[in-house]
Design a binder for this molecule. Structure first.
Ligand code: G1P
Length: 303
C-alpha cells in the first residue's frame, strides 16, 4: 500500500449529494414529492445523509438537483412562521427537532443537472463548486446504520491512504449486476487496493465486492468525467471515471465499512429500513416490536 503522509492530504470539507433522479420506482408518490423527502420513520431520507456528512466534518453541502425538487430546498430552509408559532406555544422540543434541518446560509449550494445523463454527469455538474479539492459523494438511497457514521470511518481511513476511496460491501454473486464491482489487487482487511472497477457487470464480475454510495474522490475524477464517455446503460458512469485512476497503484481503495446498509432505492429495502429504524427508536420500540410479533404470529397461523 502506498503510504501517504498525513500532512500532504487535504481535509475533506465538501460533499456532493446527487438528488436529481426521478425516483420512478416510487411512483405514484414521487409524482408530487422528491424521493429524498420520503420519510424513514419521521425523517426524510436526505436528513440521514446530511447528518452522516456533518458528523464526518463536512462544511459545504452541494446538491445536484433537477426540476420538481424544490421541496428539498424548502426543507433545508428556515421556516419563520412555523418556528414563531412553535415558540409562542412553548414547544421547545419541536423547535429543537427543526434546528437540525436548518442549514447555515452559504453552507448549502444547489446546482441543476438539466439532463439525466447518469451519476457521473451529476457529479461533474458540481465541478465549479468543488474546485481543486478532495470531496465526498453520498448517495442518499443508501442509508447505513452504524455506530460510527460510515463517512467518518472512511475519512479516517483516507487520511492514511490518500487517493480515491469507495465504500465496499460483499453481496451475493447473482446481485453484482446491480452494482459497481471492484477488482481487488490486495486485501488488507478493512482497506482494499483496487485494480479495476466495472459498473453493473452483466457477466464475469471481477469479485462480489460491490460499491455502496459513499465515495471520497480527488479532483482528477472531475477531469476524467469531463471526457463524458458513455458507459453501462448508455449513461456517464462515476464508476468508469474512478476506474481510470485504479490503473495506478494507490489510486483507488475500497473500504469495508462497519454498519448495516439499506437499499432505500428499492421498495423492499425501504420497508426493511423502516422496520430497523423503527425498532431502534426508544419512543417506538416496545409498541412496534409487539405489533410485529403479533403480525408474524398471524402470518404463521394463516399458513
Ligand atoms: C449507483 C452506482 C453503483 C453503486 C450503487 C450503490 O448505482 O452507479 O456503482 O454500486 O449506486 O448503491 P444505482 O443504484 O444508482 O443504479
Amino acid at each position: 500500500m502506498r503510504k501517504t503522509t498525513k500532512s500532504k492530504i487535504k481535509k475533506v470539507t465538501k460533499a456532493v449529494f446527487p438528488v436529481a433522479g426521478m425516483g420512478t420506482r416510487f411512483l405514484p408518490a414521487t409524482k408530487a414529492i422528491p424521493k429524498e423527502i420520503m420519510t424513514l420513520v419521521d425523517r426524510p431520507l436526505i436528513q440521514y445523509a446530511i447528518d452522516e456528512a456533518r458528523a464526518a466534518g463536512i462544511k459545504e453541502f452541494i446538491f445536484v438537483t433537477a426540476r420538481g425538487k424544490s421541496a428539498l430546498e424548502d426543507y433545508f430552509d428556515h421556516s419563520p412562521e412555523l418556528e414563531s408559532a412553535l415558540r409562542r406555544a412553548g414547544k421547545d422540543d419541536l423547535l429543537e427537532i427543526l434546528r437540525d434541518t436548518n442549514m447555515d446560509s452559504g453552507a448549502i449550494a444547489y446546482v441543476r443537472q438539466n439532463r439525466a445523463l447518469g451519476l457521473g454527469h451529476a457529479v461533474w455538474c458540481a465541478k465549479r463548486l468543488i474546485g481543486d479539492e478532495p470531496f465526498a459523494v453520498l448517495l442518499p438511497d443508501d442509508v447505513i446504520a452504524a455506530d460510527k457514521p460510515v463517512l467518518q470511518q472512511m475519512i479516517e481511513a483516507y487520511e492514511q491512504t490518500g487517493g480515491n476511496m469507495v465504500a465496499a460491501m460483499e453481496v451475493p454473486m447473482e446481485k453484482t449486476s446491480s452494482y459497481g464491482v471492484l477488482q481487488v489487487t490486495e486485501d488488507m482487511g478493512s482497506i482494499l487496493q483496487v485494480g479495476g472497477m466495472v459498473e453493473k457487470p452483466k457477466e464475469n464480475p471481477p469479485s462480489n465486492l460491490a460499491v455502496i454510495g459513499r465515495y471520497i474522490l480527488t479532483p482528477q475524477i472531475l477531469q476524467n468525467l469531463s471526457r463524458m464517455r458513455q458507459g453501462a446503460g448508455g449513461e456517464i458512469q462515476l464508476t468508469d471515471a474512478i476506474a481510470e485512476e485504479a490503473k495506478t497503484p494507490g489510486g483507488v481503495f475500497g473500504f469495508r465499512f462497519r454498519g448495516t446498509r439499506y437499499d432505500c432505492g428499492s421498495k423492499a429495502g425501504f420497508l426493511q429500513a423502516t422496520v430497523a429504524f423503527g425498532l431502534s427508536r426508544p419512543d417506538l420500540r416496545n409498541e412496534f416490536a409487539a405489533y410485529l410479533h403479533d403480525m408474524i404470529a398471524l402470518q404463521k397461523a394463516a399458513q
